[in-house]
Design a protein around this ligand. Structure first.
Ligand SMILES: NC(=O)C1=CN([C@@H]2O[C@H](COP(=O)(O)OP(=O)(O)OC[C@H]3O[C@@H](n4cnc5c(N)ncnc54)[C@H](OP(=O)(O)O)[C@@H]3O)[C@@H](O)[C@H]2O)[C@@H](O)CC1
Ligand SMILES: Nc1ncnc2c1ncn2[C@@H]1O[C@H](COP(=O)(O)OP(=O)(O)O)[C@@H](O)[C@H]1O
Ligand SMILES: [K+]
Length: 504
């Protein structure tokens, strides 16, 4: 798991640590780690360090200071280092250190972009925690120049961002103007939400979180990226005392006369994620198709521990609509997807996990008086997911390249490792099924602790993405293949077998 904290929390922790340290000690720690990452990137992209060239873009603040101090360390390793200052002032101690190590310092002038493009390494120390808005002129054109020049090491320098890619909002991940995208970001003390949240998270590249001793002074995280190893520890495994009922029965109301495929995909997701039993509720045609593919599925109503409602359900289908409403009234935890979203009552609770994509979230918010377009949701996914969670009271899992989950504990959780191949028809139906199985397996815990639903939703999204990676093997993948890959995905989660042993 990668945890992140807002700028104000980082600054408060920094103040507490600084009080016990000599002047400059924290920046020296930061700069040393930054220099190490820079030498690794130089080696990776050019095959060596000595004699290579680096340009540092340095603003007036401590972000520029980190870059200058790291530049001094690089210069001492034989790198030709030139700092181009982007503000009237430059960090005094960092400037002195770089000059003493044989580097150069001058203002970013008309030939600034050419210097950047000609270097082997570009270090972005323009702005970090103190950044506001996108890059300003004349730096605003630099991202496009770099993008046009090619790939790192082949036409353009490798870009290492100091703390954050400049132009990214540290707290929200909003991108209000040009951003310098990084191949690698070296961030200090803890990650910042802007490094984990969409849309900014796609500009971060590889992320290093450097421990500079802030840990004991940091509060609960603002946003976390859930990783495969976290899920391996939490996934509920059956024990000798379990039976099919105690492992969780999932009730699926999906598909209809037209969208029969969604019924199959949601059911397959739930079965493959280890549900004790799956009940399918729907018209005769999809019921028959489900039984042909999965003979273990029980058709018709009965007791369930959690619901999967809505994949492929036409909101005008009165029969399926009735089943959705009855399930929503039953009080069991539920995944509320696609065609079930319009049936959601005005107020729910966090045991209901809504799983919209951006278009569905825009419709849900608009139907509740917050008129918004899909594009606006895509520009600020977390803000809109939060608004939906506040308006409905439910947990919201917003699907996308980075899936975000907002529950009732205020922490934003992300699942970010799915391959882009997963953006394929029916993939969301499979996710709904997986999440249904997870909620059913922990239904009592979710009822007792509704905030757990957000954790479980993020876990399901991580497994969904991991299964897609396995099934896709870097190539095209179909939704049903993703569902079929779930058992192999679970057993190949890093730490799955160790966690198994620990259960003894
Ligand atoms: N906290 C910690 O634990 C540690 C913190 N450390 C480091 O300190 C950094 C924070 O330093 P900081 O507070 O001095 O602010 P910083 O990010 O350098 O920015 C200020 C400058 O940026 C400018 N600027 C703003 N927006 C801009 C834009 N869009 N485009 C262009 N310029 C823009 C702004 O100009 P202004 O808005 O004032 O005109 C001002 O000149 C932090 O990120 C980390 O690297 C580590 O050393 C060790 C531990
Ligand atoms: N670019 C992408 N990278 C990774 N995952 C993606 C990408 N685009 C979409 N996805 C994932 O694919 C799934 C698509 O779901 P959804 O939009 O509901 O499709 P459907 O309704 O056809 O099932 C979601 O889990 C989403 O997170
Ligand atoms: K930066």
């Amino acid at each position: 798991m990668i945890v992140s904290h807002c700028a104000a929390d980082v600054r408060a922790a920094e103040a507490a640590v600084l009080a016990a340290l000599p002047d400059g000690a924290l920046m020296d720690r930061a700069a040393a780690a930054l220099a190490t990452a820079c030498t690794q990137e130089l080696r990776r992209s050019t095959g060596g360090v000595y004699g290579r060239s680096a340009v540092l873009l340095t603003g007036a603040g401590d972000n520029g200071g980190d870059a200058l101090l790291a530049g001094a360390l690089l210069a001492r390793r034989g790198v030709r280092v030139l700092a181009l200052t982007t503000a009237e002032r430059a960090h005094a101690r960092g400037t002195a250190a770089l000059l003493a190590a044989g580097g150069g310092v001058r203002p970013y002038g008309r030939d600034g972009a050419e210097h950047c493009l000609a270097a082997d390494l570009l270090v972005d120390g323009i702005a970090g925690l103190g950044g506001r808005g996108g890059l300003r002129a004349p730096l605003d054109v630099l991202p496009a120049r770099l993008a046009a020049a090619g790939r790192a090491g082949r036409g353009r320098p490798v870009v290492v961002a100091v703390d954050l890619p400049s132009g990214v909002d540290a707290d929200t991940g909003a991108v209000d103007g040009p951003v310098l995208p990084a191949d690698r970001t070296v961030t200090f003390g803890t990650a910042k939400p802007g490094l984990l949240l969409p849309p900014a998270c796609t500009r971060t590249g590889r992320l290093d979180v450097v421990d500079i001793g802030l840990g004991a002074h940091l509060p609960a995280p603002a946003a976390v990226r859930v990783e495969e190893a976290d899920v391996a520890l939490r996934w509920r495994r059956p024990t000798a005392g379990d039976d099919k009922y105690s492992r969780g029965v999932v009730g699926v109301v999906a598909g209809g006369a037209d969208y029969t495929g969604a019924a199959l995909l949601a059911v397959e997701g739930a079965v493959r994620a280890g549900a004790g039993m799956v009940r399918y509720l729907g018209p005769q045609h999809p019921t028959e198709l489900v039984r042909q593919r999965r003979p273990e599925v029980v058709p018709g109503p009965g007791r369930v521990q959690a619901w999967v409602l809505g994949p492929g359900v036409d909101p005008d289908d009165a029969e399926q609509g009735r089943r959705v409403r009855e399930a929503l009234e039953s009080g069991e935890p539920a995944v509320v997807d696609a065609g079930a979203l319009p049936a959601l009552p005005r107020r729910s609770d966090p045991t209901r996990v809504l799983t919209p994509h951006a278009g569905e979230l825009a419709r849900l918010l608009s139907a509740r008086g917050r008129e918004v377009e899909r594009a606006a949701v895509e520009a600020d996914p977390v803000g809109h997911a939060r608004a939906a969670a506040e308006l409905t009271g439910a947990t919201v899992l917003l699907k996308g390249a980075t899936t975000v989950v907002v529950g009732c504990d205020g922490v934003v959780r992300t699942a970010a490792s799915a391959p882009a191949w997963l953006g394929t028809a029916g993939a969301g139906d499979v996710l709904a099924g997986i999440l249904g199985a997870v909620l059913a397996a922990r239904a009592e815990d979710v009822q007792a602790e509704p905030e757990l639903a957000a954790t479980l939703a993020a876990d399901a999204a991580v497994v969904h993405g991991w299964a897609a990676s396995l099934a896709s093997a870097s190539g095209p993948v179909a939704a049903l293949d993703v569902a079929e890959a779930v058992p192999a995905a679970l057993t190949s989660l890093p730490g799955w077998h160790e966690a198994d042993a620990a259960a003894w």
